[in-house]
Design a protein around this ligand. Structure first.
Ligand code: ZN
Length: 113
């Protein structure tokens, strides 16, 4: 379960940010997780619950927003949503699709007090 490692990295960043602003308590953290990262939302929530113990984020609420995979064909100027295009080939022209969204894993905001 690589979500534990990810949760630990997130916590490290969150604690650093809280430190920087002199806050003792992290209230809310919003995360953006792309579908194509392979991160399972429930597993990440579970992992965060474990790693946040005894940190300034122990009472924080983690909001996880998942972003669907979005691919784009330059030839047809078309955008495709969802992970059906597993081979990343355009269904119309068989061209190679580029990934527009869905690879991201980032912290959108951190609320501290
Ligand atoms: Zn195409």
């Amino acid at each position: 379960m690589h979500e534990v490692g990810i949760a630990q990295s997130i916590l490290t960043i969150v604690e650093k940010e809280a430190d920087k602003s002199g806050a003792s308590n992290v209230k809310r953290v919003k995360l953006i997780v792309g579908e194509f990262t392979g991160v399972v939302k429930e597993s990440l929530e579970f992992a965060l619950d474990i790693v946040k113990k005894n940190t300034s984020a122990q009472n924080a609420e983690f909001i996880i927003e998942t972003v669907k995979l979005k691919t784009y064909c330059q030839e047809c100027d078309k955008t495709f949503i969802g992970k059906d295009d597993a081979h990343f080939l355009c269904p119309d022209c068989s061209g190679i699709l580029g990934i527009v969204e869905g690879k991201e894993l980032k912290i959108e905001f951190i609320d501290v007090e």
